[in-house]
Write a protein that binds this ligand. Sequence first.
Ligand code: ADP
Length: 370
Amino acid sequence: MEQFRHTDVTGQRANPPNVFNQDKADHVAREAIYQSSDPEPEGVLVAEPERQKDQDVRLRPRRMTEIVGQSDVIERLQIAIDAARKRGEPLGHILFDGPPGLGKTTFATVIPEEMGTTVQMANGAALRAPKDLIPYLTNLEQGSVLFIDEIHRLPKSVEEYLYTAMEDFRIDIVLGEGVSARTLNLDLRPFTLIGATTRAGMLSGPLRDRFQIREHLGWYTLAELCEIVQRNALKLQVEVASDPATEIARRSRSTPRLANNRLLWVRDYAQSRASGNISLEVATAALQMIGIDTLGLDKQDRRYLDTLTRIFAGGPAGLEAIAHTMNVSSDTLEDEVEPFLLRSELILRTSRGRMATDKAYRHLGLNSGK
Ligand code: ADP
């Protein structure tokens, strides 16, 4: 994140007080979650979150031309960027939604780059009150971008405070307290808000409607993930032939972030155990060692399926009940585990709860008992 420019109203580089660190902490925490979903094999040192974060920044596309896949999203954004530039106006507010690791933050950092402007990064979970938002809003430059990740986690009061900022580029600031309190009406520089969410359904209608552009980021094809693996292997200066690249891509749950994580692990494994050469055998052995199976499921995904099939006899079972049994938060399951299991037709979401499909039983090598 260090490569982004944080610029205050006078054009000086500045970080909003505390907020930047909080943001950084959130990012590290989020990376830690992904790290924990790639379980640590016994006796092997796994990259610590800080190093993981550096690698993430290193592999993240900087320009639109470096983004793989999502071609229809890119085309629509390029039209909007082009038109905004021609009019000399800021881009309309943009909302990205989709499961974690599919490129929401990537788009949010590439767009300001394409517009030749600065970006401030915030997280909905860290903005607890309107006052937390003020440093970001007053630091905005003409046409610059404010990115709010996990925007569905904004409390109602902050969300409502954003409405006039988004619509009229103005905010009210209350100075003082009690009878001596005064309200100051402050004009903001016209800006672009980019919001990202894994839960589009949790966003209120009024907030959703204030985004002129709404884009859903979908899963990546095997060919697209393969291309990401090969491009990133070049950035990491390691060679990966097409077969091992395909194997890494196949085991990445259609998710670029996981493709990157798997590639980094396979590279480490190859350098430690196989003189740096990433063959198909080396890639397969490395991924097996950290419990990534042929569908790309990790230990946590399989534990979910095991809980549902064995303890809940295939369901229907409520999300909370599964989460309690696994001792994992229901948010983690809903955001990070279930989307791919649903997409792979391993589970179903019914009005009575989650159910395991025959495919899930077959994948676990179990008899469905039906
Ligand atoms: P999200 O914000 O949706 O959780 P990110 O944008 O942080 O996901 O993506 C995680 C990583 O995956 C990025 O650092 C980047 O390296 C890679 N990535 C995501 N989308 C793409 C893409 N379309 N092309 C290439 N790499 C991508």
